[in-house]
Design a protein around this ligand. Sequence first.
Ligand SMILES: Cc1ncc(COP(=O)(O)O)c(C=O)c1O
Length: 407
Amino acid sequence: MSIGLSDRAGAVTGSATMAVSARARELRAAGYRVVGFGAGEPDFPTPDHIVAAAQRACADPVNHRYTSAAGLPELRHLIAQTVLADTGLAVAASDVLVANGAKQAVYLACMVLLNPGDEALVPAPYWTTYPEAVRLAGATPVAVDTDPGQDYKVTPDRLDAHVTPRTKVLFFGSPANPTGTVYTPEETRAIGEWAARRGIWVISDEIYQHLVYDGAVAVSMPVAAPAVRDRCLVIGGVSKTYAMTGWRVGWLYGPAEAVRAAVNLQSHMSSNVSNVAQAAAIAALRAGRPGFDDVLAAYDRRRRLMLHVLQGIRGVDCPTPGGAFYCFPSVRRLLTRTINGRGFASTAELAAFILDEAGVALLPGEAFGAPGCLRLSYALDDQSLQTGLEHLQRLLSSQDIPRAHVH
Ligand SMILES: Cc1ncc(COP(=O)(O)O)c(C=O)c1O
């Protein structure tokens, strides 16, 4: 029976990845070893110099008080400087907003750009939060399907097929979650110029900008397509690059008027981001990325291993991800077969089966608007990665595999 919650509450679904995570927790609690390919976060601890800066900030009473809703001035300056150094884009510190993670920045961007009735183009597979943030703003997400055979990339032609007079926003991410797709500078420019020609805003999520492999370069949207700069909000943050997912510091920058509106909104929603977390982000940006090459090399090694195994399994088609830390294979062909006598109506069922039978937690494509696919994160230690892949390979080759009991 309804208890009278708002339409808004009814329209938004919780994270579709929760069911797998909850089952994985149950299995672990029951003593089974579960390898987690589900997490979208680095397995490395936050570097010591960042943690030390936060510890010092805790002890300083200046941080025990409210600060500016837009973020600490020093952090906004550092973000602007870092953007200039990394991308060549000159951004005024006053056009930067510090938010509670890139996730809140995405939500704020939707809230300041979208009216009820507007439509936002969301290339699918998409990060689960995009359509929900669009719905929270009262607007309608419009999925634009892509093809694993074309590395899950959208093109201006595909986008054109989904444009209506109500289209207000296009989501763009490179490298992308969940596919790891990295667009070339030319492809990014073509999409940006397409949006500029049609007067469509671009929310460019660049949270994975530094996680690229094989010499790929993820060019920032307003750099690739200057024509869209006055209608482009860029999202970024420290979560993925600095192993700081739990600290909750992200940002947004773009045209002054839009950023000012987002600051006003944030001032009523959450006030400032925790000063201690901002001090940690200041330490992160100030020191640059020492040791990051080693981190990248570790991800790259794991990416190659996972890709090699997945591409060797019958019925699994996995494009090579150029960035982030995910593989996103299509398993459509697998769904037409049985494994150990079991058939599967969806990848949600297949993911549950893999968890129960092989002790491997991975995420079904349904969570990302891509039924028929699976997402596997390779942000985990080499040993666990190896074990999980072996179990997965054995199960999907229809060989019996006993659950590893750890009592
Ligand atoms: C594409 C994308 N954008 C944003 C975020 C959120 O990052 P944050 O931890 O800074 O909120 C994630 C996290 O998974 C992501 O995958």
